[in-house]
Structures are given as structure tokens and as C-alpha cells.
Write a protein that binds this ligand. Structure first.
Ligand code: ZN
Ligand code: ZN
Length: 101
């Protein structure tokens, strides 16, 4: 099982996965605050807490799908580009949409 996952996903890390797993307290869709992302371009675990739906720094609600094409975000471990993998809209450029929600 482990070696299979390592093969299909070179970045697979059991520890990371375990950290992500306590699922009932996590929001299952990948979410992001575009404002935080513009500051520091990494996914933050705090965006996935089920009981929180807006960024405590920026007050805006998290976005969980691309505001341009409507597709969901990939698992952060698979983010290769800092944007929607369907239409290419950059996460940092989603700020305006986040403000409008
Ligand atoms: Zn934020
Ligand atoms: Zn898109």
C-alpha cells in the first residue's frame, strides 16, 4: 500500500497525511484565503478547520472553488502552480472575488 502510493505520488508523506486526517473537524474541500496566499504562497492548515469559514486576519470568507471557472481546488500537496489547474487563474488574483462574497 505504502509503496504503491509512493509510486503514484512521489511527494506522498505518511506523516503529512496523518496530520490531515482527523476528518470530522476539517472542511473537506480545499479552501484558501487569497489575501494570505498573496502574502505567503503556501496552503495553511487553518483554512481547513470545519468550524471556521472566514480568515481571521482578513475577515473575508474562504473560497473553496475557482471563482472564474467553478472547479474545486486540488489537494494542496498537489498544487504545482499557484492557481486554478483548470483555467489558470492565480490564487493571489482571487482576492477581488473573495471580497465580493
Ligand atoms: Zn487571510
Ligand atoms: Zn478556474
Amino acid at each position: 500500500m505504502d509503496s504503491f502510493l509512493v509510486k503514484i505520488c512521489p511527494d506522498y508523506c505518511p506523516k503529512q497525511l496523518l496530520k490531515m486526517l482527523p476528518s470530522e473537524r476539517l472542511h473537506l474541500q480545499t479552501r484558501l484565503c487569497a489575501f494570505c496566499y498573496a502574502d505567503v504562497p503556501v496552503h495553511q492548515a487553518s483554512w481547513q478547520q470545519a468550524e471556521v469559514d472566514r480568515c481571521d486576519r482578513h475577515v473575508f470568507r474562504f473560497i473553496s472553488e475557482c471563482p472564474n471557472c467553478g472547479s474545486g481546488f486540488r489537494t494542496p500537496a498537489l498544487w504545482e502552480e499557484a492557481g486554478c489547474d483548470q483555467c489558470g487563474l492565480e490564487f493571489a488574483n482571487m482576492q477581488i472575488y473573495q471580497q465580493l462574497r
